[in-house]
Every structure is written in C-alpha cells, then in structure tokens.
Write a new protein. Structure first.
Length: 68
C-alpha cells in the first residue's frame, strides 16, 4: 500500500509560537529528553527549509529560543 503524499512545506518560516506548539504537541504524545525534542523540532524546521535558501540557519536560532 502506498503512503499518502505529504503536504507541501509551509511557506512562512516557523516562528517561536509555532515551534513552541510543536514542542508541546510532541511532549503531549511522547516522553522526550532534550535531545529527542530537539530532533523533533529539527524535523519541523527541515520540512520548512526544503527549497528555502538559508532556511535552516534562520530557524536554528528560533529553536534555540524555544528550547535553550
């Protein structure tokens, strides 16, 4: 059985509020260490950064603001 296609990455960079909500959502579903939560937020950023020039650098600072 084929997987359904993923939605397109969001056009706006993830802001602090969006990353905070993603972190809370992840923590509500899974027990997470600092490292596993950081990886989950990295995936959120990577989804956005696909096709964006310099996107990963911009969003890495936003992750640090949410999860210092």
């Amino acid at each position: 059985m084929a997987k359904p296609p993923r939605s397109a990455p969001p056009s706006a960079p993830p802001d602090e509020a969006a990353l905070h909500e993603a972190a809370l959502s992840h923590l509500a579903r899974y027990g997470a260490t600092r490292a596993t939560l950081t990886r989950a937020l990295d995936r959120v950023v990577a989804r956005w950064a696909r096709g964006q020039e310099g996107g990963e650098t911009q969003a890495a600072a936003r992750i640090a603001a949410v999860w210092p």
